[in-house]
Design a protein around this ligand. Structure first.
Ligand code: FAD
Length: 324
Protein backbone atom coordinates (compact mmCIF):
# COMPACT_ATOMS: atom_id res chain seq x y z
CA UNK A 1 0.00 0.00 0.00
CA UNK A 2 1.24 3.51 -0.82
CA UNK A 3 2.28 5.48 2.25
CA UNK A 4 0.74 8.95 2.64
CA UNK A 5 2.08 11.73 4.84
CA UNK A 6 -0.14 14.72 5.49
CA UNK A 7 0.88 17.96 7.11
CA UNK A 8 -0.15 21.58 7.34
CA UNK A 9 3.23 22.65 5.96
CA UNK A 10 5.16 20.62 3.42
CA UNK A 11 8.70 21.78 2.68
CA UNK A 12 10.78 20.62 -0.28
CA UNK A 13 14.50 20.92 0.27
CA UNK A 14 16.79 20.73 3.30
CA UNK A 15 19.32 23.47 2.58
CA UNK A 16 19.46 26.66 4.67
CA UNK A 17 16.18 27.90 3.14
CA UNK A 18 14.15 24.73 3.76
CA UNK A 19 15.54 24.16 7.26
CA UNK A 20 14.99 27.78 8.29
CA UNK A 21 11.40 27.53 7.07
CA UNK A 22 11.12 24.28 9.06
CA UNK A 23 12.40 25.91 12.27
CA UNK A 24 9.94 28.81 11.98
CA UNK A 25 7.11 26.55 10.80
CA UNK A 26 7.58 24.07 13.65
CA UNK A 27 7.72 26.82 16.23
CA UNK A 28 4.46 28.22 14.81
CA UNK A 29 2.78 24.83 15.34
CA UNK A 30 2.56 23.82 11.67
CA UNK A 31 4.31 20.43 12.23
CA UNK A 32 6.31 20.70 9.00
CA UNK A 33 7.46 17.73 6.99
CA UNK A 34 10.73 18.34 5.13
CA UNK A 35 11.39 16.23 2.04
CA UNK A 36 15.16 16.39 1.91
CA UNK A 37 15.92 15.50 -1.69
CA UNK A 38 19.08 13.95 -3.09
CA UNK A 39 21.33 16.37 -1.23
CA UNK A 40 20.30 16.45 2.45
CA UNK A 41 21.67 19.70 3.88
CA UNK A 42 21.95 21.27 0.42
CA UNK A 43 24.92 22.88 -1.31
CA UNK A 44 26.85 23.77 1.84
CA UNK A 45 27.47 20.07 2.42
CA UNK A 46 29.73 20.17 -0.64
CA UNK A 47 32.11 22.75 0.78
CA UNK A 48 34.50 22.96 3.69
CA UNK A 49 35.31 26.38 5.18
CA UNK A 50 32.45 28.83 5.72
CA UNK A 51 33.55 32.20 7.06
CA UNK A 52 30.57 34.43 6.38
CA UNK A 53 27.63 32.82 8.17
CA UNK A 54 26.83 35.16 11.07
CA UNK A 55 27.34 33.99 14.63
CA UNK A 56 30.66 32.21 14.32
CA UNK A 57 33.94 34.03 14.86
CA UNK A 58 36.03 31.04 13.80
CA UNK A 59 35.85 29.31 10.43
CA UNK A 60 33.15 26.63 10.46
CA UNK A 61 32.58 23.67 8.16
CA UNK A 62 29.61 23.69 5.77
CA UNK A 63 28.48 20.09 6.53
CA UNK A 64 28.66 20.78 10.29
CA UNK A 65 26.53 23.94 9.92
CA UNK A 66 23.88 22.00 8.04
CA UNK A 67 23.85 19.18 10.62
CA UNK A 68 23.26 21.80 13.30
CA UNK A 69 20.42 23.40 11.32
CA UNK A 70 18.77 20.02 10.81
CA UNK A 71 19.17 19.11 14.49
CA UNK A 72 17.60 22.44 15.47
CA UNK A 73 14.67 21.90 13.08
CA UNK A 74 14.07 18.39 14.43
CA UNK A 75 14.43 19.60 18.01
CA UNK A 76 11.54 22.04 17.54
CA UNK A 77 9.35 19.42 15.86
CA UNK A 78 10.06 19.25 12.11
CA UNK A 79 10.04 15.79 10.56
CA UNK A 80 12.67 14.87 7.95
CA UNK A 81 11.85 12.50 5.08
CA UNK A 82 14.62 11.05 2.98
CA UNK A 83 12.90 11.23 -0.38
CA UNK A 84 12.89 13.23 -3.60
CA UNK A 85 9.74 14.64 -5.14
CA UNK A 86 9.16 13.54 -8.72
CA UNK A 87 5.50 14.51 -9.30
CA UNK A 88 3.64 17.63 -8.26
CA UNK A 89 -0.07 18.44 -8.38
CA UNK A 90 -0.83 21.99 -7.33
CA UNK A 91 -4.31 21.99 -8.85
CA UNK A 92 -5.95 20.35 -5.86
CA UNK A 93 -6.06 21.15 -2.13
CA UNK A 94 -4.31 20.04 -0.10
CA UNK A 95 -1.39 20.05 -2.55
CA UNK A 96 -0.34 16.55 -3.52
CA UNK A 97 3.23 15.53 -4.26
CA UNK A 98 4.71 12.13 -4.94
CA UNK A 99 8.17 10.91 -3.99
CA UNK A 100 10.63 8.77 -5.85
CA UNK A 101 9.30 5.49 -4.44
CA UNK A 102 5.61 6.40 -4.74
CA UNK A 103 5.11 7.88 -1.26
CA UNK A 104 2.41 10.56 -1.33
CA UNK A 105 2.85 13.83 0.55
CA UNK A 106 0.02 16.28 1.06
CA UNK A 107 0.33 19.77 2.49
CA UNK A 108 -2.10 22.60 3.18
CA UNK A 109 0.75 24.91 2.25
CA UNK A 110 3.86 24.14 0.27
CA UNK A 111 7.27 25.75 0.72
CA UNK A 112 9.63 25.18 -2.20
CA UNK A 113 13.31 25.41 -1.25
CA UNK A 114 14.89 23.18 -3.88
CA UNK A 115 17.86 25.45 -4.55
CA UNK A 116 19.95 25.91 -7.68
CA UNK A 117 23.07 24.08 -8.74
CA UNK A 118 26.10 25.82 -10.24
CA UNK A 119 26.90 24.64 -13.75
CA UNK A 120 30.35 23.15 -14.11
CA UNK A 121 32.49 22.44 -17.15
CA UNK A 122 32.30 18.72 -16.38
CA UNK A 123 36.00 17.82 -16.47
CA UNK A 124 37.79 15.29 -14.27
CA UNK A 125 40.51 17.79 -13.33
CA UNK A 126 37.82 20.32 -12.34
CA UNK A 127 36.12 17.73 -10.11
CA UNK A 128 39.43 16.71 -8.53
CA UNK A 129 40.31 20.31 -7.58
CA UNK A 130 36.89 21.55 -6.42
CA UNK A 131 37.42 23.24 -3.06
CA UNK A 132 41.19 23.12 -3.68
CA UNK A 133 41.40 26.18 -5.89
CA UNK A 134 38.39 25.53 -8.12
CA UNK A 135 35.15 27.21 -7.06
CA UNK A 136 31.83 28.37 -8.49
CA UNK A 137 31.23 31.18 -6.00
CA UNK A 138 33.46 34.26 -5.70
CA UNK A 139 31.35 35.75 -2.92
CA UNK A 140 31.82 32.55 -0.91
CA UNK A 141 35.46 31.81 -1.62
CA UNK A 142 37.09 34.99 -3.01
CA UNK A 143 38.33 35.99 0.43
CA UNK A 144 40.53 32.87 0.53
CA UNK A 145 42.50 34.20 -2.47
CA UNK A 146 43.65 37.52 -1.04
CA UNK A 147 46.68 38.76 -2.97
CA UNK A 148 46.68 35.74 -5.29
CA UNK A 149 46.26 35.41 -9.06
CA UNK A 150 42.81 34.16 -10.02
CA UNK A 151 40.82 33.45 -13.18
CA UNK A 152 37.11 33.49 -13.96
CA UNK A 153 35.73 31.29 -16.70
CA UNK A 154 32.61 32.53 -18.53
CA UNK A 155 31.25 35.46 -20.50
CA UNK A 156 27.83 36.31 -19.10
CA UNK A 157 26.67 38.56 -16.28
CA UNK A 158 27.70 36.07 -13.59
CA UNK A 159 31.25 35.84 -14.90
CA UNK A 160 31.69 39.60 -15.14
CA UNK A 161 30.18 40.15 -11.69
CA UNK A 162 32.46 37.47 -10.22
CA UNK A 163 35.53 39.03 -11.87
CA UNK A 164 34.64 42.50 -10.56
CA UNK A 165 33.98 41.10 -7.08
CA UNK A 166 37.33 39.32 -7.04
CA UNK A 167 39.21 42.59 -7.57
CA UNK A 168 38.35 43.31 -3.91
CA UNK A 169 40.84 40.58 -3.03
CA UNK A 170 43.15 40.12 -5.99
CA UNK A 171 45.14 42.59 -8.09
CA UNK A 172 45.39 40.05 -10.94
CA UNK A 173 42.10 38.68 -12.27
CA UNK A 174 41.90 37.05 -15.71
CA UNK A 175 38.54 36.52 -17.39
CA UNK A 176 38.64 33.60 -19.82
CA UNK A 177 35.96 33.47 -22.48
CA UNK A 178 35.51 31.06 -25.35
CA UNK A 179 34.24 33.73 -27.78
CA UNK A 180 35.51 37.15 -28.89
CA UNK A 181 32.76 39.15 -27.18
CA UNK A 182 30.87 38.97 -23.90
CA UNK A 183 27.18 38.24 -23.37
CA UNK A 184 27.11 40.32 -20.18
CA UNK A 185 25.08 43.54 -19.98
CA UNK A 186 26.84 46.56 -21.49
CA UNK A 187 27.11 48.43 -18.21
CA UNK A 188 28.87 45.47 -16.60
CA UNK A 189 31.21 45.18 -19.57
CA UNK A 190 32.12 48.86 -19.24
CA UNK A 191 32.99 48.38 -15.58
CA UNK A 192 35.01 45.29 -16.44
CA UNK A 193 37.04 46.91 -19.22
CA UNK A 194 37.67 49.99 -17.04
CA UNK A 195 39.10 47.91 -14.21
CA UNK A 196 42.88 47.70 -14.53
CA UNK A 197 43.08 44.66 -12.25
CA UNK A 198 41.20 42.59 -14.86
CA UNK A 199 42.46 41.32 -18.20
CA UNK A 200 40.45 39.28 -20.67
CA UNK A 201 41.67 36.28 -22.63
CA UNK A 202 39.41 35.88 -25.68
CA UNK A 203 38.70 32.69 -27.63
CA UNK A 204 40.04 30.36 -24.97
CA UNK A 205 38.58 27.29 -23.32
CA UNK A 206 39.96 25.47 -20.30
CA UNK A 207 41.58 22.22 -21.33
CA UNK A 208 42.70 21.22 -17.85
CA UNK A 209 42.80 22.48 -14.26
CA UNK A 210 46.38 21.77 -13.20
CA UNK A 211 47.06 20.95 -9.55
CA UNK A 212 50.32 20.42 -7.73
CA UNK A 213 51.52 19.77 -4.20
CA UNK A 214 50.37 17.51 -1.42
CA UNK A 215 47.50 17.98 -0.84
CA UNK A 216 47.00 19.14 -4.43
CA UNK A 217 45.98 22.75 -5.03
CA UNK A 218 45.29 24.59 -8.28
CA UNK A 219 48.45 26.10 -9.75
CA UNK A 220 47.60 26.72 -13.42
CA UNK A 221 45.02 26.48 -16.17
CA UNK A 222 45.85 24.80 -19.45
CA UNK A 223 43.98 26.64 -22.21
CA UNK A 224 43.08 25.91 -25.82
CA UNK A 225 42.56 28.66 -28.39
CA UNK A 226 39.15 28.10 -30.00
CA UNK A 227 40.34 29.49 -33.35
CA UNK A 228 43.90 28.19 -33.73
CA UNK A 229 43.82 25.19 -31.38
CA UNK A 230 47.02 26.50 -29.79
CA UNK A 231 47.63 25.33 -26.21
CA UNK A 232 48.83 27.79 -23.58
CA UNK A 233 48.91 28.01 -19.82
CA UNK A 234 48.39 30.65 -17.12
CA UNK A 235 49.45 30.41 -13.50
CA UNK A 236 46.57 30.96 -11.07
CA UNK A 237 45.74 29.75 -7.57
CA UNK A 238 41.99 30.28 -7.88
CA UNK A 239 39.79 29.25 -10.82
CA UNK A 240 36.16 30.41 -10.67
CA UNK A 241 33.76 28.67 -13.02
CA UNK A 242 30.98 31.17 -13.73
CA UNK A 243 28.83 29.71 -16.48
CA UNK A 244 25.50 30.04 -14.70
CA UNK A 245 23.21 28.14 -12.37
CA UNK A 246 20.32 25.76 -12.92
CA UNK A 247 17.39 26.18 -10.52
CA UNK A 248 15.89 22.84 -9.44
CA UNK A 249 12.45 23.49 -10.89
CA UNK A 250 12.04 20.83 -13.59
CA UNK A 251 9.46 19.06 -11.47
CA UNK A 252 7.28 22.21 -11.43
CA UNK A 253 7.11 22.63 -15.20
CA UNK A 254 3.48 22.56 -16.28
CA UNK A 255 2.08 22.75 -12.74
CA UNK A 256 0.80 26.32 -13.11
CA UNK A 257 3.64 27.75 -11.04
CA UNK A 258 5.12 30.84 -12.70
CA UNK A 259 8.81 30.48 -13.52
CA UNK A 260 10.95 33.16 -15.14
CA UNK A 261 12.80 32.67 -18.43
CA UNK A 262 15.71 31.05 -16.62
CA UNK A 263 13.51 28.64 -14.67
CA UNK A 264 13.59 30.47 -11.31
CA UNK A 265 10.34 30.64 -9.35
CA UNK A 266 8.80 34.11 -9.44
CA UNK A 267 7.61 35.58 -6.15
CA UNK A 268 5.82 38.80 -5.29
CA UNK A 269 8.68 41.22 -4.46
CA UNK A 270 9.32 41.51 -0.74
CA UNK A 271 7.50 38.25 0.00
CA UNK A 272 7.89 34.51 -0.57
CA UNK A 273 4.47 34.27 -2.27
CA UNK A 274 4.26 32.61 -5.66
CA UNK A 275 1.40 33.03 -8.12
CA UNK A 276 -0.42 30.07 -6.50
CA UNK A 277 -2.02 30.95 -3.15
CA UNK A 278 -0.53 28.70 -0.48
CA UNK A 279 2.67 27.95 -2.40
CA UNK A 280 5.78 29.79 -1.22
CA UNK A 281 9.35 29.77 -2.51
CA UNK A 282 12.60 30.64 -0.77
CA UNK A 283 16.35 30.42 -1.18
CA UNK A 284 18.35 30.00 -4.37
CA UNK A 285 15.38 28.59 -6.29
CA UNK A 286 13.84 32.09 -6.33
CA UNK A 287 16.99 34.21 -5.97
CA UNK A 288 19.45 34.52 -8.82
CA UNK A 289 21.24 37.54 -7.38
CA UNK A 290 22.54 36.80 -3.89
CA UNK A 291 22.82 33.00 -3.64
CA UNK A 292 24.14 32.90 -0.09
CA UNK A 293 23.35 30.70 2.88
CA UNK A 294 22.28 33.66 4.98
CA UNK A 295 19.93 35.05 2.31
CA UNK A 296 18.49 31.55 1.77
CA UNK A 297 17.89 31.25 5.52
CA UNK A 298 16.31 34.73 5.57
CA UNK A 299 13.88 33.98 2.77
CA UNK A 300 13.15 30.59 4.43
CA UNK A 301 12.00 32.52 7.46
CA UNK A 302 9.87 34.78 5.21
CA UNK A 303 8.25 31.74 3.56
CA UNK A 304 7.27 30.22 6.91
CA UNK A 305 5.85 33.51 8.20
CA UNK A 306 3.94 34.10 4.94
CA UNK A 307 2.63 30.52 5.12
CA UNK A 308 1.54 30.90 8.70
CA UNK A 309 -0.35 34.13 7.89
CA UNK A 310 -1.93 32.49 4.85
CA UNK A 311 -3.27 29.64 6.98
CA UNK A 312 -4.51 32.04 9.63
CA UNK A 313 -6.26 34.41 7.20
CA UNK A 314 -7.62 32.11 4.54
CA UNK A 315 -10.70 30.00 4.92
CA UNK A 316 -8.81 26.85 4.09
CA UNK A 317 -11.82 24.57 4.22
CA UNK A 318 -13.64 26.73 1.66
CA UNK A 319 -10.65 26.56 -0.70
CA UNK A 320 -10.41 22.81 -0.25
CA UNK A 321 -14.13 22.32 -0.95
CA UNK A 322 -13.99 24.62 -3.99
CA UNK A 323 -11.13 22.57 -5.42
CA UNK A 324 -12.93 19.26 -4.89
C1 FAD B 1 30.94 24.88 -3.04
C2 FAD B 1 29.99 25.93 -2.46
C3 FAD B 1 30.43 26.76 -1.45
C4 FAD B 1 29.59 27.71 -0.90
N1 FAD B 1 30.05 28.50 0.10
C5 FAD B 1 29.22 29.41 0.68
C6 FAD B 1 29.67 30.21 1.77
O1 FAD B 1 30.83 30.13 2.20
N2 FAD B 1 28.77 31.07 2.30
C7 FAD B 1 27.49 31.22 1.83
O2 FAD B 1 26.73 31.99 2.38
N3 FAD B 1 27.06 30.48 0.80
C8 FAD B 1 27.88 29.58 0.21
N4 FAD B 1 27.46 28.84 -0.85
C9 FAD B 1 26.11 29.09 -1.39
C10 FAD B 1 25.06 28.42 -0.49
O3 FAD B 1 25.43 27.08 -0.27
C11 FAD B 1 23.69 28.49 -1.14
O4 FAD B 1 23.37 29.86 -1.38
C12 FAD B 1 22.62 27.91 -0.22
O5 FAD B 1 22.94 26.57 0.10
C13 FAD B 1 21.24 27.95 -0.87
O6 FAD B 1 20.37 27.35 0.02
P1 FAD B 1 18.97 26.74 -0.45
O7 FAD B 1 18.38 26.17 0.79
O8 FAD B 1 18.21 27.73 -1.21
O9 FAD B 1 19.34 25.59 -1.49
P2 FAD B 1 20.34 24.34 -1.46
O10 FAD B 1 21.37 24.48 -0.41
O11 FAD B 1 20.76 24.18 -2.86
O12 FAD B 1 19.39 23.12 -1.05
C14 FAD B 1 18.45 22.63 -1.96
C15 FAD B 1 17.76 21.44 -1.33
O13 FAD B 1 16.66 21.04 -2.14
C16 FAD B 1 16.64 19.64 -2.24
N5 FAD B 1 15.90 19.28 -3.45
C17 FAD B 1 16.17 19.60 -4.74
N6 FAD B 1 15.25 19.05 -5.56
C18 FAD B 1 14.37 18.37 -4.77
C19 FAD B 1 13.21 17.59 -5.01
N7 FAD B 1 12.75 17.37 -6.25
N8 FAD B 1 12.58 17.04 -3.95
C20 FAD B 1 13.02 17.26 -2.69
N9 FAD B 1 14.10 18.01 -2.40
C21 FAD B 1 14.78 18.54 -3.43
C22 FAD B 1 18.12 19.25 -2.23
O14 FAD B 1 18.30 17.90 -1.87
C23 FAD B 1 18.65 20.21 -1.16
O15 FAD B 1 18.46 19.67 0.12
C24 FAD B 1 28.28 27.86 -1.41
C25 FAD B 1 27.82 27.03 -2.43
C26 FAD B 1 28.66 26.07 -2.96
C27 FAD B 1 28.16 25.17 -4.07
Amino acid sequence: MTATHSTRMLILGSGPAGLSAAIYGARAGMAPIVVQGLQPGGQLTTTTDVENYPGFRDVIQGPWLMEEMQAQAEHVGAQMMWDTITEVDLSQRPFRLIGDGGTVYSGDVLVIATGAQARWLGMDSEEALKGKGVSACATCDGFFYRGKKVAVIGGGNTAVEEALYLTNHSHDVTLIHRRDSLRAEKILQERLFANEKIKVLWNKTVEEFVGEGEPAGLTALKLRDTETGEISSIDVEGGFVAIGHSPATDVFQGTGLTLDKDGYIEVTPGTAKTNIPGVFACGDVMDKHYRQAVTAAGTGCMAALDAERFLAEVDFEAITEAAE
